[in-house]
Design a protein around this ligand. Structure first.
Ligand code: SF4
Length: 351
């Protein structure tokens, strides 16, 4: 792919783009006319260049709202984005998320060009474990299947039996336990502890876990929950599965980001509080403007590294330094573990 300059919009096109961003929910989030005019100049050019490149932009729900409203072709959690990236016919994928997600897209679609706008967009969970750590765990627990959270590097995925996401971890582990008395789950300690509680498994014996943590979700304080309930009578509190068991025990619903959005959509309550990264609350406000949201959220520094300028930059100059590559042998083994997740999560395979 050679370097290309994005076309420039006319005044009328710019005005229409500004209206689109405003109606898409950015005005409700407090973006003023001056902000919207500046954003529109970028989103219009990105969308024009995206069409010329035959590219798609997946946006994780934790991304900045101007990315999700302005340029994302599909929005979702890790599971949904992995599936859609595998299915897209586009020639290039500009991944607005973090590195392990872009790597998963490359693993599933090795023939496509995958671009990561923010090279430093990592993840504390993904960085908490290496392929060598997994090999040591396998040697210490022979015969036990190893399930890895999708928040792991391609090298780690290549070493494990199956990948899981927050939306399907419990379901997939139940299926593994139907055949095996012991399962190894990596790398999120909090999620591992929550899984052990919901599955009724003994930690360390039936469920072996790792000590990785998400720097966003492990900071939420269980003691604040009672204060919020008092301040907002009737509030429904939803927490991500990466939060601590102490907090999870006090909330109304626990799940992945997709499950949390579905819960908000299907229920009626005077207030909702989403205990997760702040991007989900912003997205919920644009999707459900008639509902009230109370915020106990934290920003993920990795997720917020991507901005519109970086997206435009990689589309204009998709040089090797911004392309995501995974060695073929690693990709093939990692793909088998991701495919296994799709099969087990969707019941298309018998164990
Ligand atoms: S929110 Fe946590 S798990 Fe998600 S990318 Fe950030 S550090 Fe990783």
């Amino acid at each position: 792919m050679r370097a290309l300059r994005a076309p420039m919009p006319s005044a009328a096109q710019l005005e229409a783009e500004q209206d689109r961003l405003s109606c898409g929910g950015l005005a409700d989030l407090g973006f003023c006319a001056k902000d919207l005019a500046q954003l529109a100049a970028l989103t219009w050019r990105i969308n024009a260049l995206k069409a010329l490149r035959k590219a798609v932009i997946p946006g994780h729900v934790y991304q900045r709202p101007e990315i999700l409203v302005g340029v994302a072709d599909f929005i979702g959690d890790s599971y949904k984005l992995a599936k859609l990236c595998a299915e897209t016919k586009a020639a290039a994928i500009v991944f607005c998320g973090v590195r392990f997600m872009a790597e998963t897209a490359k693993i599933l679609s090795p023939e496509k060009t995958v671009l990561l706008p923010a090279a430093g967009a990592g993840c504390s969970l993904s960085e908490s474990i290496t392929a060598a750590d997994v090999r040591r765990l396998k040697a210490a627990h022979p015969g036990a299947p190893v399930a890895a959270y999708i928040n792991t590097s391609a090298e780690v995925k290549a070493e494990v039996d199956v990948i899981v996401t927050s939306a399907n971890a419990e379901r997939i582990l139940r299926r593994l336990y139907a055949k095996q008395p012991k399962v190894v789950f990596v790398p999120d300690e909090m999620m591992g502890r929550n899984l052990a509680a919901s599955l009724g498994k003994k930690l360390g014996e039936e469920l072996v876990i790792w000590k990785g943590s998400c720097i966003v979700h492990d900071k939420f304080d269980a003691f604040s929950i009672a204060l919020y309930r008092k301040a907002y009578p009737g509030v429904r509190i939803l927490a991500h599965t990466e939060c601590s068991p102490a907090l999870v025990a006090l909330v109304d619903f626990v799940g992945g980001t997709g499950d949390m959005m579905a819960y908000v959509e299907k229920t009626r309550a005077p207030y909702y509080m989403l205990v997760t990264e702040c991007g989900l609350g912003e997205l919920a406000r644009t999707r459900f403007p008639e509902k009230n949201f109370v915020f106990m959220c934290r920003l993920c520094p990795y997720m917020k590294m991507t901005d519109l300028r970086a997206v435009l930059r990689v589309l204009e100059d998709p040089s090797p330094s911004v392309r995501v590559e995974v060695p073929a042998e690693t990709a093939a083994r990692a793909k088998a573990a991701v495919r296994r997740m799709f099969e087990l999560a969707e019941d298309t395979v018998k164990l």
